[in-house]
Design a protein around this ligand. Sequence first.
Ligand SMILES: [Mg+2]
Length: 259
Amino acid sequence: MSVGGDGTHGGRAASGSADADPSVDDPRDVTGLAGPAPTTVAFDIGEVLIDETRVWGIWADLVGVSRLSFAAVFGAAIVQGQDHRAVFPHVAPNIDWAELASEHERRYGGFQEQDLYPDVRPCLDELAAQGVTVVLAGNQPASRREELEQLGLPCERVATSAELGVEKPDPDFFDAVLDLARAADPARVLYVGDRVDNDVLPAAAAGLRTCWLRRGPFGHLQDLTDEVTPDLTLEGLGELAVLLAGWRAVADEDQEGTA
Ligand SMILES: [Mg+2]
């Protein structure tokens, strides 16, 4: 594993807004980051790019419980280490939720502009301006790729687990991400995800650098384990581009110093 566990990397907590933390005015403020800076950023999709509030609200409506109740049980399932599907037997024990999937999709209508977190476009624009390669890859049904592409986000490529034929946290998913990014060295790829179990841990184990985005139900509720320390820990994407620029500057200086 190239990151985590040795106390030399990251763990830098930052706020979601550059205005809230004067230290980010200095792009060199990347204390603790070591090694070459990533040249590719691979983004998870759910709760990193897409706010899933509509997804779960529609599910609550469909199974006939309040959105508050559904969200509370969802959170309890996460804390118990269960899959999100564990919600349904609790809130709707007499309903086969899978039979409602097509009606849910009809009401949801796929990813829409309103579902994007507001910091996504500015972040991706800044990364593109820096010449950083951006790919989007997460556990999603196949149809979500086209929906994401139709949103016109500045990125090189998009892939879903359904199309790749493998889901996180399977190590093969992260091999597929490297292929998607045309990246030979996993240490030059930063994976940004909201979940410790599905994103940070397996990405680090595959040799990628990691950014833990603490938003969404999993991002707020999960805890890190002793197995890994993310290179970056952020509450939003607002500072990611400036931190990467700082990381690059420090890495370049280190390289010059050793040349
Ligand atoms: Mg996610």
